[in-house]
Design a protein around this ligand. Structure first.
Ligand SMILES: O=C(O)CCC(=O)C(=O)O
Ligand SMILES: [Fe+2]
Length: 496
C-alpha cells in the first residue's frame, strides 16, 4: 500500500484517509484527546521514510534502523489494520485481525533485535581492548627501542628525566601482571632454612639436607639464614649497587654494552631488542669466576668489594651444592666435581620507581639459566615465585639470601632429570623505589668448557629414563640468550 506516493500520497493515502478518520474519532471518544487535523500525505510520507530508511539501515545491522521500523509499525499497524471497526462475523475482521497480529509479531522481533544489540556493545568493548594493543604494536617499536638503547642511561635515565608515563616499549600485554596472585599472608610461603650448625652437628646436617630436598623439589626456591655471610657485607653490597647506578652518566656509559663476552656488562634488558615487552630494570653483570676481571676493569664502587663478595659467595655455593648432592643421594662432592660451582657471575639489578607499575613489570616470568642462583634482595619486595600455578611473594628478610634451582640443575633437568624444580619467578614493578638486588648465578657462562651435561647416570633407571639430551653450557646459554625472556623455558629445546 505504501509504494506509490504521487502528489497526494497515492493509493495509500486514499485507503488511509477513512481509516484515519475512524481512528481519530475512536481515540477522541475514548480518551477525550483531540487528534490534530493534518494532510494524510504527510503521514504516508513519514511511514514510507521510516520503512525505507529503517529497512536499509536494518540490513546493515543498525539498531537505528530497527527503531525506525518500530516507529513505522506503531503508526501504521493500528490505523491500517483496524479490525476493531468491524463486526467479528465480517470477512474483513478476520483478514485485518490476522494482519494486525502478524505486524505485532514483527514488532516483537524488532524489540528482540534491539535488546540483543544493547547487550552486545558491552561484550564487544572488552574484546576491542586487545585491538588497541595490536594498534600499539604497529608503532615503530624497533626505532623507539634503538633510540632508547642509544641513550645508554637505561630506565634510570628515563626516570631521572622526569617522565610521568611508562613509554610504550615497556607495556606488558594485558593481564600479565595481575593473574593468579595470592597475597603473601597465606598458610604457604617459601621455606626458610636455618643453616646454623650445618657443618658441626651431624643430626642438624641431616635435617637440613632433608629440608633442602623438600624445598628444591616442591618450590625450587628457599631462603637461608645463618649462611655465614655477615649482614654488614650484604648491606654494603646493596649500597655499592645503588652507588654504581648513581654514578655520573658519562662514567656509567663506558660500561654500557651488548657484548656479552665482556667481564662487565651494563645495559637495560639483555633481550631488549627481541623481547615482546621491555622490563622496568637496568642491570650490570660481573663475570667473576673462574677468570675474574682485573680490579681496575671494575667500576669504582665495586673495586674493593667484588672480590670479597665473590669469595664469600663461592664458599656458600660449594656448601649448597654439597647439600643438594646429598639431597639427591649422590656423593657430597658430586656437583662441585662436575664444575657446577666453577663459574660465578653477579647480576646487579636496579628497578627504578615506576610511575605506572600496572602497565609494566620489573622482570618478566622466567627460570634461571644456570645451575643455582643465590639472590640478595633489599627491603622493597616484588619478587614472586610460581607455585602450583599461583604467584607467591618472596618476602624480604634482611639477613636472608634467596636460593633457587636453575635450569641446568633442574633440577634437575639436565642433572636431576626433573627431580628438582627450576621454578618460574618474576619481579613486579613498584611505584616505590629504587629496588636493588644481586643475583649470583653459578654457571660458567661463555668460558669454553667442553664438559657435556646430561641427566646424572646414578639417578636414571628404567622407570626414570633421561628426559634431556646432553649439552654443553655454551650451547645451552647461546640458545637462552637468543630466546630471551619470552615466557618459555630454555630447557624445552633440549627435551628428548
Ligand atoms: O631481582 C630479583 O629479585 C630477581 C632477579 C632474577 O630473577 C634474575 O636475575 O634472574
Ligand atoms: Fe631469576
Amino acid at each position: 500500500e505504501f509504494n506509490e506516493f504521487g502528489v497526494h500520497g497515492g493509493p495509500a493515502a486514499k485507503a488511509l484517509k477513512p481509516k484515519f478518520n475512524v481512528f481519530s474519532k475512536t481515540v477522541t471518544s475514548h480518551t477525550g484527546v483531540q487528534v490534530p487535523e493534518f494532510d494524510i500525505k504527510y503521514l504516508v510520507a513519514a511511514a514510507v521514510a521510516f520503512k525505507g530508511v529503517g529497512g536499509i539501515l536494518f540490513t546493515f545491522d543498525s539498531s537505528i534502523g530497527a527503531y525506525l521500523l518500530v516507529l513505522h509499525q506503531l503508526i501504521v499497524t493500528p490505523i491500517l489494520y483496524d479490525f476493531y471497526n468491524y463486526d467479528t462475523e465480517k470477512k474483513e475482521f478476520g483478514i485485518l485481525f490476522t494482519k494486525f497480529t502478524q505486524n505485532l509479531a514483527l514488532l516483537g522481533a524488532l524489540f528482540f533485535f534491539i535488546g540483543m544489540k544493547n547487550s552486545m556493545p558491552r561484550r564487544q568493548h572488552k574484546k576491542k581492548a586487545p585491538k588497541t594493543k595490536t594498534f600499539e604494536l604497529k608503532y615503530d617499536r624497533a626505532s623507539e627501542i634503538k633510540a632508547f638503547d642509544e641513550t645508554k642511561t637505561g630506565v634510570k635515565g628515563l626516570v631521572d628525566a622526569g617522565i610521568s608515563e611508562v613509554p610504550r616499549i615497556f607495556h606488558q600485554p594485558p593481564d600479565t601482571v595481575g593473574e593468579n596472585y595470592v597475597p603473601s599472608a597465606t598458610q604457604f610461603s617459601i621455606p626458610v632454612i636455618d643453616l646454623q650448625g650445618v657443618k658441626e652437628d651431624p643430626s642438624t646436617h641431616t635435617e637440613i639436607v632433608k629440608q633442602v630436598l623438600n624445598a628444591s623439589q616442591e618450590w625450587g626456591f628457599f631462603q637461608i639464614i645463618n649462611h655465614g655471610i655477615p649482614l654488614s657485607v650484604l648491606e654494603e653490597m646493596k649500597v655499592r649497587v645503588r652507588r654504581f647506578y648513581e654514578l655520573d652518566n658519562e662514567l656509567k656509559k663506558q660500561f654500557y654494552t651488548r657484548d656479552t663476552s665482556k667481564k662487565v656488562v651494563y645495559n637495560c634488558n639483555f633481550d631488549l631488542h627481541t623481547a615482546p615487552a621491555a622490563n622496568w630494570r637496568d642491570t650490570v653483570y660481573f663475570d667473576m669466576a673462574p677468570d675474574p676481571p682485573k680490579p681496575e676493569e671494575l667500576p669504582e664502587p665495586f673495586r674493593d668489594m667484588m672480590v670479597e663478595y665473590t669469595d664469600r659467595m663461592m664458599n656458600l655455593g660449594r656448601l649448597l651444592f654439597e647439600l643438594i648432592s646429598e639431597a639427591l643421594g649422590l656423593n657430597p662432592d658430586h656437583l662441585v666435581k662436575i664444575d657446577c660451582a666453577k663459574g660465578l657471575g653477579h647480576l646487579c639489578h636496579y628497578y627504578p620507581a615506576c610511575p605506572q607499575p600496572e602497565l609494566t613489570i620489573g622482570t618478566s616470568k622466567h627460570t634461571d639459566s644456570c645451575f643455582l642462583t643465590v639472590l640478595l634482595q633489599d627491603h622493597i619486595g616484588g619478587l614472586q615465585v610460581l607455585y602450583e600455578n599461583q604467584w607467591f611473594d618472596v618476602p624480604p628478610v634482611p639477613e636472608a639470601l634467596v636460593v633457587n634451582i636453575g635450569d641446568l640443575l633442574q633440577a634437575s633437568p639436565l642433572i636431576s632429570n626433573d627431580r628438582l624444580v627450576s621454578a618460574e619467578h618474576r619481579v613486579l614493578a613498584n611505584s616505590i623505589g629504587p629496588r636493588v638486588s644481586v643475583a649470583s648465578f653459578f654457571i660458567t657462562y661463555f668460558n669454553p668448557n667442553p664438559r657435556l651435561y646430561a641427566p646424572i647416570k646414578e639417578l636414571l633407571s628404567e622407570d626414570n629414563p633421561p628426559k634431556y639430551r646432553e649439552t654443553t653450557v655454551v650451547e645451552y646459554m647461546t640458545h637462552f640468550q637468543q630466546k630471551g625472556l619470552d615466557g618459555n623455558s630454555a630447557l624445552l629445546h633440549f627435551k628428548i
